[in-house]
Design a protein around this ligand. Structure first.
Ligand SMILES: [Fe+2]
Length: 261
């Protein structure tokens, strides 16, 4: 039994916000769908210690889209960390998403856990890649931060997800990533987004989890691109100081998300 109170975090991903709050992506009003998630997070606010945003926060990479994100997150007043995805503009994010409760830090400690956030995006490309410099930094942070249980997050999945069209845009150098993780057994969880669906895989002692998007969902195990009619969602974690963890995915009703384009 876990006797110590855990750190509670929410992973929120692939919000795909735009410069215009009225813009729809494949018929989905992404601002409205994200607002439904925000409303649910407000209900959970007192029990949440931090938010982790795992990329594709913008759908158009504009500064305005990040300002919209900042304005939507601000009422929550929850410490928030983020990393970029393939649709993002990392430079604009660094400028805008570093104010108040939103931090651009990529390595931090909370509740007896270490967190390391990686940029796996490749300019102008959909797939992911971790350059040698990033892997060296990961290795050195894991050494510096020490033996506390650790979460590593990135946007792209380091595994195929049994979906041919999505599997062309996963992380291209997973073996190099795994080689670093294998040297640091304190890593317990690797979290990612990109695939707009729930997914879980275990490799050695590390669990790899993805989270549904806050907007459209991709049908799992589909060889081609198919929109799934499941609701927008996010993921909750309870992280215990002894390295144990629990996680659940929440889906949030959104009556206006599935109206006509
Ligand atoms: Fe993505």
């Amino acid at each position: 039994m876990n006797q110590v109170s855990p750190l509670s975090i929410a992973q929120v991903t692939d919000t795909h916000l735009f410069a215009s709050e009225h813009h729809k992506m494949l018929g989905m009003p992404t601002t409205q769908s994200f607002q439904t998630i925000i409303e649910r997070l407000k209900q959970l606010r007192t029990e949440l210690d931090l938010l982790l945003l795992t990329g594709d926060l913008s759908g158009d990479g504009t500064p305005e889209s990040y300002e919209n994100l900042q304005n939507l997150l601000n009422p929550l007043q929850i410490q928030t960390y983020w990393l970029p995805g393939n649709h993002d503009c990392a430079i604009a994010m660094d400028d805008i998403l570093n104010m108040g409760m939103i931090s651009r830090r990529k390595s931090f400690q909370r509740g007896g856990w270490n967190f390391i956030l990686l940029n796996s995006s490749v300019p102008e490309c959909v797939h992911g890649y971790l350059p040698g410099k990033t892997l060296d930094w990961l290795d050195s942070e894991l050494k510096i931060l020490g033996n506390n249980p650790t979460v590593v997050a990135l946007h792209h999945p380091p595994f195929p997800v049994n979906s041919a069209w999505l599997d062309t845009s996963t992380l291209k150098n997973p073996q190099e990533f795994f080689a670093v993780l294998d040297r640091h057994p304190q890593v317990k969880l690797v979290l990612f987004g990109h695939i707009h669906q729930e997914f879980q895989h275990q490799r050695h002692t590390v669990d790899y989890l993805s989270t549904p998007s806050t907007c459209i969902q991709f049908q799992s195990k589909s060889p081609t691109f198919v929109i799934d009619q499941q609701l927008p969602g996010f993921r909750l974690f309870k992280l215990y100081p002894n390295g144990m963890w629990e996680s659940t995915v929440e889906r949030v009703p959104c009556s206006e998300c599935f109206s006509k384009c």
